[in-house]
Write a protein that binds this ligand. Structure first.
Ligand code: TTP
Ligand code: MG
Ligand code: MG
Length: 358
């Protein structure tokens, strides 16, 4: 019996914008491109959704549906930063975290569960920590497999918590429309409807041969998902090539002390991330941006593997010392580590990607 959590931010981009700018709170807000430039809606706040505004909708249509809609351009660096922080919180709960996108991840908490701390308690903890540390809300689904957990997290948004007890998967899925199934997009859903299948329950009641006849090789997989059976593992991807942190200085500076201090702080952040992942690296990289926006990197590969903030900072400081000169003003400093030695177990490599049906 496994316990899988799926956690997903509510209205991610717009919630971050409403957090950063209190004047946007409680209002219909979208993040996306301008209507003149044929932009589309990336994210819509729940207030905007009341007017029928949705992700992927042309901005022009969105503005027609809601005349008071406030449009904000995307700040991807900021979303990336929030994403890294939430993934950090997740990986403090369990190392078995599989990010699916910037705003969502699966967590396998099977080995974290104790009689006193059930999966639902962990889900509540997770929500509370995200609320306290990031001032944002996530919705969480709890189930015995990934597919049902993902569907569950979406059912009670925003700020939702949906638990599907073991054994209740099929019953939980039955009334839902087929396009809720993970991997069933609009095309497959339309095809299923043309066969008279509207709900997941109707789909689940079809015979094995029906699935094979209509969906060939993907048929058996679709059938299992409709039955709420999904034994795919939560896969920790170790394909990240580097871990880094950077900051723009409040004021451009050539002060060696201030720069050194900043390198130390950034090294601490990078090291914390390395320690959390149990990674060690070989190459330390320093990124520098001058007052005139010229940006360059310097890197050094060392014989001993680095992980601690002292080691990262020592190498980064060496690189920095070469570049610091009186009158040479720096605007941004970044520290990164790469060259990880982390053998990927065979079974992870062979784990099939989450295949859709179209
Ligand atoms: P989602 O998690 O799909 O949506 P959401 O977080 O905005 O809202 P929900 O409460 O329903 O989860 O996507 C996360 C972010 O990804 C979203 O805030 C913006 C971006 N995104 C796009 O840029 N284009 C899209 O078509 C979608 C669906 C999302
Ligand atoms: Mg989301
Ligand atoms: Mg999402």
């Amino acid at each position: 019996m496994r316990h899988i959590l799926h956690a997903d931010f509510d209205a991610f981009y717009t919630s971050v914008e409403q957090l950063d700018d209190p004047s946007l709170r409680g209002k219909p807000v979208v993040v996306g491109g301008s209507p003149e430039g044929r932009g589309v809606v990336a994210a819509a706040s729940y207030e905007a959704r009341r007017f029928g505004v949705r992700s992927a909708m042309p901005m022009r249509t969105a503005l027609q549906r809601c005349r008071n809609l406030i449009r904000v351009p995307a700040k991807f660096e900021r979303y990336n930063d929030v994403s890294r922080r939430v993934m950090g919180i997740f990986s403090e709960i369990t190392p078995l975290v599989e990010p699916l996108s910037l705003d969502e991840a699966f967590l396998d908490v099977t080995d974290t569960v104790t009689p006193k701390r059930q999966a639902v308690d962990i889900a509540r903890e997770l929500k509370q920590r995200v609320r306290e540390e990031l001032s944002l809300t996530i919705s969480v689904g709890v189930a015995s497999g990934k597919s049902v957990a993902k569907i569950a997290s979406d059912l009670d948004k925003p700020d939702g918590l949906t638990v599907v007890p073991p054994g209740a998967e099929r019953e939980f899925l039955a009334p839902l429309p087929v396009d809720r199934l993970w991997g069933v997009g609009p095309k497959t859903a339309a095809r299923l409807r043309s066969y008279g299948v509207e709900t997941i329950g109707e789909l689940a009641s079809r015979s094995e041969s029906w699935f094979r006849d209509w969906f060939g090789r993907t048929g058996p997989h679709m059938r299992l998902l409709a039955l709420g059976e999904d034994d795919r593992a939560v896969v920790v991807r170790r394909d990240r090539k580097s871990v880094s942190a950077e900051t723009t200085l409040p004021r451009d500076t050539d002060d060696p002390e201030a720069l050194r201090e900043l390198v130390n702080r950034l090294s601490q952040r990078v090291a914390a991330s390395l320690v959390r992942r149990e990674w060690t690296g070989r190459t330390v990289k320093l990124k520098l941006r001058l007052a005139d926006f010229t940006t360059f990197t310097r890197q050094k590969t060392v014989p001993e593997r680095v992980q601690s903030s002292e080691d990262v900072a020592r190498v980064a400081a060496l690189l920095l010392a070469i570049e610091v000169q009186p009158g040479r003003l720096f605007r941004l400093v970044g520290v990164g580590v790469s060259g990880f030695e982390e053998p990927v177990p065979e079974k992870d490599v062979l784990q099939p990607r989450l295949a859709g049906f179209e």
